[in-house]
Design a protein around this ligand. Structure first.
Ligand code: NI
Length: 175
């Protein structure tokens, strides 16, 4: 079997709502900043400027991308909680990943951001009732209404997906 280097842990999977699944995903979300911090530990500038695969983003971009993505995600959850099926905003993640803040800001700033953001986000998600998990947003990228639960499936996976990119690169390079 050939592994697609873009998907080291596979694509995200939806799962039926359950308390057990929720506890697991919230735990993944809470631990993501620490997991990411460990994945980038002791990487120097040249290593951070290495693409995780040919034609892919550099480690530097991956870290800032997770922050960009999860700031948008947090806003989507808050909108979904407080408005009736709000349209959420799509964004051009490739364009965002080419801007100066991503290319030049040391990654520890996004690490700090992610530690704070994930604490807020996990606390928000822990407060949701089973009914609130079924609240919906309109996702223009999918042209469909998506429940907060199904949205969560994406983000519980998303951080681990990018951490796996970094870990795979380190394994391949022997770093
Ligand atoms: Ni991503």
């Amino acid at each position: 079997m050939t592994l697609d280097p873009r998907y080291p842990i596979g694509k995200y999977q939806v799962a039926p709502y359950s308390d057990a699944q929720k506890v697991l995903w919230i735990s993944d979300l809470r631990h993501l900043p620490k997991d990411l911090e460990m994945a980038v530990q002791n990487l120097d500038k040249a290593q951070l400027d290495t693409p995780y695969r040919e034609g892919g983003w550099k480690v530097q971009q991956l870290v800032h991308h997770i922050a960009d993505s999860h700031m948008n995600a947090f806003a989507r959850f808050k909108l979904g909680m407080t408005e009736d099926v709000p349209a959420v905003k799509a964004y051009d993640e490739n364009a965002w990943s080419q801007s100066a803040d991503v290319l030049e800001t040391p990654i520890n700033y996004s690490m700090t951001l992610l530690h704070a953001l994930h604490e807020r986000w996990a606390n928000l998600l822990e407060s949701l009732t089973a009914e609130q998990w079924q609240r919906k947003v309109f996702h223009p990228g999918r042209n469909a209404e998506v429940s907060l639960w199904d949205l969560f499936a994406v983000y519980a996976w998303h951080g681990k997906h990018h951490v796996a990119h970094i870990k795979t690169l380190r394994d391949q390079k022997g770093w």
